[in-house]
Design a protein around this ligand. Structure first.
Ligand SMILES: Cc1cc2nc3c(=O)[nH]c(=O)nc-3n(C[C@H](O)[C@H](O)[C@H](O)COP(=O)(O)O)c2cc1C
Length: 250
């Protein structure tokens, strides 16, 4: 009987010891891998900003980003530059930081995002002569199933759309997921703000883009997202400052 107890005790001891060893191993791996995960996440964001600016199939993302893109931070209310580090933003998490964000009321929150940061990074793609070729803005808005994260690239006139790039979303592949379809994305090029997403027949109208067929709700979400971020409560004040030449193009 007592030898039976001993063997149960030993078995439990081995199980607990094994769990401890595994827990220590997993925690150690998680802590050690964190810097690599953060670096990859930052690189991914840079790749998406570059894609919105028209740099595709980039291999050395960091080098191309540093050479061609200038990141600044703007105060969303005044539209003016501030000295905050652009790399201190997490496009998914920063809006939950009460110290750097506000809650949006129901009437204002047309993009369905609940909160937004009071400052935001903006990106300027510059050519070899240092002239601004596009202004890239981070945007987010609710689609059908969740928040869609993207970048919109505008010409320096702040009105003409160069490209859009929704890099993260929860929409259904083949339906709302077609927001990433290159053919649909290409229909945005050259359109002028303000833009309406319509059911059909947008061709030839610079203020209209055809919605995705079978994905009216996602299309509506993109429409809301665009209107919010290019409007008064989004980057409107910043874009107005750029138009006035008040920010000297970055
Ligand atoms: C499983 C499933 C997934 C769907 N996913 C989406 C989606 O991602 N985006 C969307 O707008 N509609 C989606 N829909 C369709 C919507 O429910 C709705 O029918 C559609 O938005 C209407 O678009 P239409 O007027 O262009 O046909 C989905 C429907 C089903 C059954």
């Amino acid at each position: 009987m007592s030898s039976n107890n001993e063997s149960i005790g030993k078995t439990l001891g081995v199980v607990v010891a094994l769990c401890l060893v595994c827990a220590i191993f997993v925690s150690f791996a998680s802590v050690q891998l964190r810097p690599f995960q953060d670096e990859n996440k930052a690189k991914d964001i840079q790749r998406n900003i570059l894609a919105a600016a028209g740099f595709s199939d980039v291999t050395d993302v960091k080098a191309v980003f540093e050479k061609n893109i200038e990141a600044r931070v703007v105060n969303m209310k005044t539209g003016e530059f501030v000295d905050t580090d652009p790399n201190s933003f997490d496009f998914e998490k920063s809006k939950f930081d009460a110290k750097r964000s506000i809650k949006l009321d129901k009437e204002t929150d047309t993009a369905g995002i609940q909160r937004m940061t009071t400052e935001s990074p903006v990106y300027f793609a510059k050519n070899a002569q240092g002239a601004v070729e596009s202004i890239i803005l981070p945007v987010q808005g609710y689609g059908l199933w969740g928040v869609m994260f993207g970048f919109i690239a505008l010409e320096p006139d702040t009105k003409t759309i160069k490209s859009i790039n929704f890099y993260k979303h929860f929409e259904t592949p083949g339906l709302g997921g077609e927001i990433q379809n290159a053919k649909w994305v290409s229909t945005w090029e050259g359109k002028q703000l303000p833009v309406d997403i319509v059911k059909a027949n947008a061709a030839g109208n610079v203020h209209k883009v055809d919605g995705l067929s079978g994905a009216t709700l996602t299309s509506k979400g993109v429409d809301n997202t665009f209107k919010f971020w290019t409007g008064e409560n989004g980057f409107g004040p910043f874009l107005a400052k750029v138009r006035q030449g008040a920010l000297n193009n970055g």
